[in-house]
Design a protein around this ligand. Sequence first.
Ligand SMILES: NC(=O)c1ccc[n+]([C@@H]2O[C@H](COP(=O)([O-])OP(=O)(O)OC[C@H]3O[C@@H](n4cnc5c(N)ncnc54)[C@H](OP(=O)(O)O)[C@@H]3O)[C@@H](O)[C@H]2O)c1
Length: 290
Amino acid sequence: MVKEPPAIYGIIGYPLEHSLSPRMHNAAFKALKVNSVYKLFPLANEQVFTVFMEHLKDEGNPIFGLNVTVPYKEKVLAHIDTVDPFALKAGAVNTLVITHQRKIFGFNTDGPGFLSHWHELGFHLKDKRIAILGAGGTTRAILSVLCLINDRPASIKLYNRTYEKAEALVKELGQKMDASIVEVVNTPEDLDVELADALINTTPVGLKGETQLPVDPNLFHADMLVYDVIYNPAETPLLKAAKAKGAQTSNGLGMLYYQGVLSFTNWAGMDIDAKYKKIMRKALEEGVPA
Ligand SMILES: NC(=O)c1ccc[n+]([C@@H]2O[C@H](COP(=O)([O-])OP(=O)(O)OC[C@H]3O[C@@H](n4cnc5c(N)ncnc54)[C@H](OP(=O)(O)O)[C@@H]3O)[C@@H](O)[C@H]2O)c1
């Protein structure tokens, strides 16, 4: 009997060598006994990215699903046939579903993945004061869900090292949703961390063991959640400092897990059993040194 070639899934972006997504999705494929494989597709520049996206439309191309990461989450929109309403509002796509007819559908599972993780953490967003560091792709997804949900925070203060980028992001989102709860601030001090119910770091500071903290650690307090979207290292200096002040802390591995489950659900066209989700989470956790 001739063995069918596997259906290909994967992630596009650059750089990709540290991605944990192959661990999570390949563990699920193996457990479900489906003939599919999840690969890394590092696309080093925009030219290579454009050619890759054009070939996705080719008849016989074996790729049926992709995750999209930095720096292509926004640029990919130009190559998609149908964009899901939330991804359209957020202006970023991190999941592609490609049909047998080679039609490309785009979704954003970062925002809903973030929300699911905060639900798991037991943090109720309604009327809370949130402070955010960074104004890149991750903040775009997080701000979009926070502005669009019914139980919205009372306020979101946003600080970015490049003020203009934060201002442009909030202005753009404000044209597609009510972003009136978001205020861009000039300095980290203006985030009023001492009054915040949660601080979210979406910058890569802490990824490479940087010890300088983006905010004064003396402002952390026991009635707040400090959340770092970084998951490797599992405890950044920011989280360590917050924990020392009694704050609840979490890294972003749960967000990565939930966005991955939602991507997988989009590819499968249905929800998957809890036992397979557990396998995905275990595969992720095993990929991060304790
Ligand atoms: N847990 C998860 O599921 C998950 C999902 C997505 C991303 N992530 C992680 O989130 C991080 C950011 O991803 P992204 O997609 O948002 O990246 P991005 O679009 O490149 O944005 C990065 C942001 O961080 C700021 N920044 C970069 N280096 C900085 C520095 N040295 N000091 C201060 N600010 C700095 C940038 O400021 P400027 O505007 O001034 O350049 C920008 O606002 C990455 O570490 C990524 O691995 C985690």
